[in-house]
Design a binder for this molecule. Structure first.
Ligand code: ADP
Ligand code: MG
Length: 393
């Protein structure tokens, strides 16, 4: 399936056309100030191409979780100001994303002009993909561009409803880059190593089930380790685990074995007697009663880094330990550093894993940092994302 890209849309000509752009401008705001403008910056290339081609850009995004009604703390207004600076062109703002005010603001757009609509999620119709709300959005435009990969796994009005109502549509440059890089994990050069960590088996069960039989090696870290260890009957002390997921963990183990794949668990751990940041910790191969494992140990980190060096393709999601606390960050850091040194094609997804890589300042040595979170995980499983399917081929 070839998703139509911006080139194909621009070839058809967009001068004077109203182009609805669904971007991801969901930036962290504190007291109306933008704390990190990475997502705004990332949206600029697609917007610049449309502006340069003379399109009338009708830009829309969600921000936060305002639950279907106006919330001044989730207004996109500060984003319009920042975007204008980054684009070097005025960005008009409309304090509703549908209705007469929006229609009027769109009608006042010059060729090459940009209008940012207020937060889509101030209307409950957005996440419900309500047909009337989708109609109201679609009335504002002639063509559709989706550059928000992170919401492409959700069938919302702005990701699916509007796309279905506008005959000319395309994926923006950010969306295309995500699809291209994550496709490598679907059709990897072998061997493929999948490193999965993070909090819970339940969050990652679908991806575990999909990738355990497909990856030559699946290496587990993070708190989900202890559900797998409990399933094997190994001692886990007081480490966090999910008793109701033990059967799922066993099923993943069996699927891996049946496909002749390897499923690796940590062979040593950093353990502590409590979660206090200053509680004494030590490295152990077995977790004693009353102790909590909070990071993979140095031997495990070495094993996983060796695997990354032997692999041709690596996908990593989820930290190896409670990396927010410095004492338990070494495992995650070592694995990140090992990936940066590997000759394999390396792709990292997940909010917390990306935070760890950015902390280390090694993002430029990873082939692709996926901004997608849930969308990346669904895509690498082989699922069709509704927001991508809606763009057609
Ligand atoms: P991502 O956002 O990259 O997908 P997750 O949200 O699944 O990752 O998991 C991240 C969380 O898992 C972090 O808050 C981290 O502290 C926690 N975590 C990792 N290892 C452990 C552990 N051994 N014990 C408790 N929490 C852990
Ligand atoms: Mg997370």
């Amino acid at each position: 399936m070839a998703t139509p890209d911006l080139d194909s849309l621009l070839q058809g000509g967009v001068r004077g056309e109203r182009v609805f752009v669904r971007a991801d401008l969901n930036v962290p705001l504190v007291d109306g100030r933008i704390r990190d403008d990475t997502r705004i910056r990332a949206s600029v290339p697609t917007l610049r191409r449309l502006v340069d081609a003379g399109a009338r850009v009708v830009l829309a995004s969600h921000l936060g979780r305002p639950k279907g009604r106006f919330d001044p703390d989730a207004s996109l207004k500060p984003v319009a100001r920042r975007l204008a600076e980054l684009l070097g062109t005025p960005v008009a703002f409309c304090d509703d994303c549908v209705g007469d005010a929006a229609a009027k603001a769109v009608s006042e757009l010059p060729d090459g002009g940009v209008l940012l609509l207020e937060n889509l999620r101030f209307h409950a119709g957005e996440t419900a993909n309500d047909p009337e709300f989708a109609d109201a959005l679609a009335e504002l435009a002639d063509a559709y561009v989706n550059d928000a990969f992170g919401t492409a796994h959700r069938a919302h009005a702005s990701t699916v409803g509007v796309a279905e109502r506008l005959p000319r549509r395309a994926a923006g440059d950010l969306m295309m880059a995500e699809l291209r890089h994550l496709q490598v994990i679907r059709e990897p050069e072998r061997p493929l190593l999948v490193l999965l960590g993070g909090a819970k088996v339940s969050d990652k069960l679908a991806v575990l089930e999909a990738l355990a039989p497909r990856a030559e090696t699946l290496a587990i870290g993070g708190a989900m380790t202890f559900t797998f260890m409990a399933a094997r009957g190994e001692p886990i002390g007081d480490s966090r685990f999910e008793p109701e997921r033990i059967d799922d963990a066993l099923r993943v183990e069996r699927a891996s074995a049946a496909a002749g794949r390897r499923l690796l668990l940590p062979s040593d751990h950093v353990i502590a007697e409590s979660l206090d940041a200053d509680a004494p910790s030590r490295v152990a191969n077995t977790i004693p009663d009353g102790w909590i494992a909070l990071d993979i140990g140095p031997e495990t980190a070495r094993r996983y880094v060796d695997e990354a060096k032997r692999a041709r393709t690596v996908f990593w999601n989820g930290p190896m330990g409670m990396f927010e606390i410095d004492a338990y960050a070494a495992g995650t850091r070592s694995v990140a550093a090992g990936l940066a040194e590997s000759d394999a094609t390396t792709v990292i997804g997940g909010g917390d894993s990306l935070a760890a890589v950015n902390q280390l300042g090694i993002g430029d040595r990873i082939d692709h940092l996926s901004t997608g979170g849930g969308a990346s995980l669904e895509f690498v499983q082989g699922l069709t994302l509704p927001g991508v399917a809606a763009l057609g081929d």
